[in-house]
Ligand binder design. Structure first.
Ligand code: ATP
Ligand code: MG
Length: 233
């Protein structure tokens, strides 16, 4: 479903990803871990087609992210929760913010109303529809970013540290949301610094200095992580 072949990426002279090969299968729930600056966010942006490979390639459902004519089709398949939810707020009310993506994809009114109701309930944002997103608490902003990215029912959800701004209770609630979304037959890549969270996924991809250091089933990979200082297991 996501295939990455010999992917290299650099920002100007700085080499960020160096020869990444990965295959993500339908229904996988992957944690992407690694120290600061190891290339986790960059990898997600490349999968979404926000950045293009310096060399190598990425296909999503067989569609090459470097083909400009396919980029909208690729984006329809992917929901993206950015590292900072504030960067994702685009409208002046919660309702408009959630509807923005559906409008872009040309959903009918009926479809929008139905999806909106479902996602408001699912994320616990009901009653906050008319609030200004900037006035929400950190946790509510985080939920809004998730609501806006799953409302179009994407097959793949890319999440960049979606729990980072939450208190422990908020983290538990939002993680449960993610688990429930995964159970509805979806594929998830979740960037996290929290090893307790990583331990609850099905697969771990560990990036070190822009390369895949370890990748495999969580039960096998997790015990290996203890020896890496940057991961604070
Ligand atoms: N827009 C940019 N321009 C130039 N360099 C960048 C840019 N964004 C990231 N980098 C550099 O690319 C490298 C990888 O960054 P990236 O954000 O992918 O790391 P990360 O693993 O997500 O780190 P963190 O855990 O801190 O979020 C870092 O050295 C970073 O400084
Ligand atoms: Mg990052």
């Amino acid at each position: 479903m996501i295939e990455i072949q010999d992917l290299w990426f650099n920002y100007q002279e700085q080499s960020v990803l160096e020869g990444i090969n990965l295959e993500i299968k339908h229904g996988e729930f992957c944690a992407v871990v690694g120290g600061n600056g190891s290339g986790k966010s960059t990898l997600l942006k490349l999968i979404e087609g926000l950045l293009l490979p310096s060399s190598g390639n990425i296909t999503v459902f067989g569609m090459d992210t470097q083909k400009e004519e396919l980029i909208l089709e690729i984006r329809k398949k992917i929901g993206y929760v950015f590292q900072n939810p504030e960067n994702q707020i685009i409208a002046s009310t919660v309702l408009e913010d959630i509807c923005f993506g559906m409008e872009n994809l040309g959903f009918s009114r009926e479809m929008m109303t139905e999806r909106l109701e479902r996602v408001l309930t699912f994320t616990g944002l009901k009653g906050l529809e008319n609030k200004n997103p900037l006035m929400l608490s950190g946790g509510q902003k985080q939920r809004l970013a998730i609501a806006s990215s799953i409302v179009t029912d994407p097959e793949i959800l890319l999440m960049d540290e979606p729990l980072s701004m939450l208190d422990p209770e908020g983290q538990r609630d939002v993680f449960k949301l993610i688990v429930d979304f995964h159970k509805s037959n979806k594929t998830i890549l979740l960037v996290t610094h929290d090893m307790a969270v990583a331990s609850k996924t099905n697969r771990i991809i560990f990036l070190k200095n822009g390369k895949v250091e370890l990748s495999g089933e969580t039960a096998q990979v997790f015990p290996e992580l203890g020896k890496y200082e940057e991961l604070s297991v």
